[in-house]
Design a protein around this ligand. Structure first.
Ligand code: ABC
Ligand code: CA
Length: 470
């Protein structure tokens, strides 16, 4: 899985099936907007053309129907019956067709799954019923209480997420019935739809003992959401639970480092060090800047160079990159639901600057992987070059990220002892396609221009796809 590069989309928001229109307009909404599996199939060229070879789609199971204070279950996280599919997104055959269409082009399907809870519009008065399929008895649930104290693990695991508008009744994942059901369900889901990888929701809300057996039963790569900034806390789920984490510990330092030129590179460097110290294997984590739960980074700054530096991070270092749909199209929605824009008004344009940017970075990463078989498993080394620049060296990929912004420029020297570049070597920058040459010691004079990131490779490693004439 390590060489893969993931494009996260919201099924309801990414692509309409041919010949249909949406009632959603451009404004983010709490209603189903009409995106489907069939719609996604028709835009796979668009995704693959940017260099992504895996898509992460929304949860596929049946959700609660009707209207709530927060709208409808268009995002797929409000499970009703996990034995059925959410028919807003298409039929079982259409999901299989999506899987096949992906596999026919060498791409992977990653499906989001929710194990911790179901959903209901009642809370303390919730009465399980046959609509909940396998979970229709009181004994399938933890008794009602709200998750209130994130420092109290028992509260986090045994109480309910949500609120009185939409409650998320918490499954009793210590009960043998619930355990047996999920351990049996997951390999069936994986094989029915030929799923290649899973994204697991709310991992920290389920007892640790549940996870190793579950991920083993799943039998495919899984990456889980343990939303916490503490690398030690998150790392435990990889170690004991055998769930590879989404790299939440790096999320805050990353956003802060590139929000403006006063962001701290030292905090980012130390955040990365903590991940190295506490994850069993950071190269198996999922690295992201944006997702469906946080305001898009692009809502914090208009500066296109800051945006590029922040977006580049996931693609140049340890871990499997995850890019959230719309990052390439300048989307800048804030909090949920504003960060879940319908994509179709943007028009699947392949000639934009950001589309080309992701394409170049995916190509550079693949080229580095092709140059050395140990690229993906070799951990990066990281240092602050200045108050505004960080150097990230991962095998033959040498990157400098900057938070000077579009009006900032500087001149740096990258010493050969950090980059391992040989003397008088031709080096190419995947972002600008500038080429440069190291000096007789292998050191590189590197201008930072308009605050843009630099993603460097030896010219001999760049392969055909990184820059024209490469
Ligand atoms: C709905 C409405 C929203 C409304 C909300 C109350 O209800 O849409 O407008 O504000 C789904 C839907 C949501 C929906 C929710 C609830 O269900 O997508 O639209 O919101 O009905 C996962 C998914 C997420 C999904 C669910 C539920 C879970 O990714 O999309 O939401 O299946 C907690 C959970 C986390 C969960 C998240 C939404 O809530 O742990 O699994 N995400 C702290 C806590 C986190 C907490 C987070 C947000 O706040 O530690 O546990 O996440 O509440 C950092 C710290 C962090 C801290 C952050 C805020 O600050 O390091 O620890 O996180 O500095
Ligand atoms: Ca729970």
């Amino acid at each position: 899985m390590r060489p893969r590069s993931i494009y996260q989309l919201i099924t309801d928001r990414f692509a309409l099936p041919n010949g249909t229109t949406s009632s959603c307009g451009t404004a983010p909404s709490g209603l189903y907007c009409g995106g489907t599996y069939t719609g996604i199939i028709s835009e796979l060229d668009y995704i693959q053309g940017m260099g992504f070879d895996t898509i992460w789609i929304s949860p596929v199971v049946e959700n609660i129907g009707g209207m709530t204070q927060y709208g409808e279950a268009y995002h797929g996280y409000w499970t009703l019956n996990p034995d059925n599919l959410n028919d807003h997104f298409g039929t079982a055959d259409e999901l299989k067709s999506l899987s096949k269409a992906l596999h026919d082009r060498g791409m992977y399907l990653m499906v989001d799954i929710v194990i911790n809870h179901v959903a209901a519009t009642s809370s303390s008065g919730f009465v399980p019923n046959p609509a909940y399929g396998p979970f229709s008895k009181h004994s399938d649930y933890h008794s009602f209480c709200w998750v209130k104290d994130y420092n109290n693990q028992t509260n986090v695991e045994d109480c309910w997420l949500g609120d009185s508008e939409v409650a998320l009744p918490d499954l009793n994942t210590e009960s043998q019935h619930v355990i047996d059901y999920w351990y049996d369900w997951v390999p069936k889901l994986v094989s029915n739809y030929s799923i290649d990888a899973l994204r697991i929701d709310t991992v920290k809300h389920v007892d640790m003992a549940f996870w190793p057996g579950f991920t083993q039963a799943a039998g495919v790569y899984s990456v889980g959401e343990v939303w916490n900034g503490d690398a030690k806390y998150v790392g435990a789920y990889q170690k004991e639970g055998k769930v590879n984490p989404l790299n939440y510990p790096i999320y805050d330092p990353l956003v802060k480092a590139f929000q403006g030129s006063d962001g701290s590179m030292d905090d980012l460097v130390s955040g990365i060090a903590q991940v190295k110290d506490n994850f069993v294997d950071p190269t198996l984590s999922g690295v992201f800047l944006n997702n469906q739960d946080n305001p898009r980074f692009e809502s914090y700054t208009q500066d296109t160079s800051l945006r590029k530096n922040a977006e580049a991070y996931a693609l140049i270092g340890d871990g499997i990159p995850i890019v959230y749909y719309g990052s390439e199209a300048g989307f800048n929605g804030g909090n949920d639901p504003d960060n879940r824009e319908p994509f179709w008004p943007a028009g699947y344009k392949t000639d934009t600057d950001m589309y080309g940017f992701f394409k170049s970075l995916n190509a550079a990463r693949s080229a580095a992987g092709a140059a050395s078989s140990s690229f993906y498993t070799t951990q990066m080394s990281v240092s602050a070059l200045s108050d505004n620049e960080i150097l990230i060296v991962k095998g033959s990929l040498v990157s400098v990220l900057s938070n000077r912004g579009s009006s900032g420029s500087t001149a740096l020297v990258l010493p050969s002892k950090s980059t391992s570049f040989p003397p008088s070597a031709h080096v190419v920058d995947a972002v600008s396609c500038d080429s440069m040459t190291t000096d007789q010691d292998g050191d590189l004079n590197l201008p930072i221009t308009n605050g843009l990131p630099r993603v460097l490779l030896l010219a001999e490693h760049q392969g055909p796809k990184v820059c024209p004439g490469g």
